[in-house]
Design a protein around this ligand. Sequence first.
Ligand SMILES: [Zn+2]
Length: 97
Amino acid sequence: MFCKKCGKEIFDDAVVCPHCGTMTGSGNVIFGGAEEKQGNGIAIAGFICSFFVPLLGWVFGGIGLSRANKRNGKGKNFSIAALAIASVMFIIYLAGV
Ligand SMILES: [Zn+2]
């Protein structure tokens, strides 16, 4: 599509014209999508870390959970799993020491 203000060609799903910064009013596909992926990524990172480093699992799981709550719950299951596994692993580590 073309920007309604400056007339330059921009991505069809762009939220803001990269040339002049005008809002296109076409939704929030680019920004929303990127943030959803980020929220998912950190939740999955927490899920993986929780097996090896419970502390990181808690940190990433907590961040992932707060992000998931803001983004339609994406990555929420991974975040909760990360927190749960991190807690279990922490207890196992404590019991093993
Ligand atoms: Zn423009």
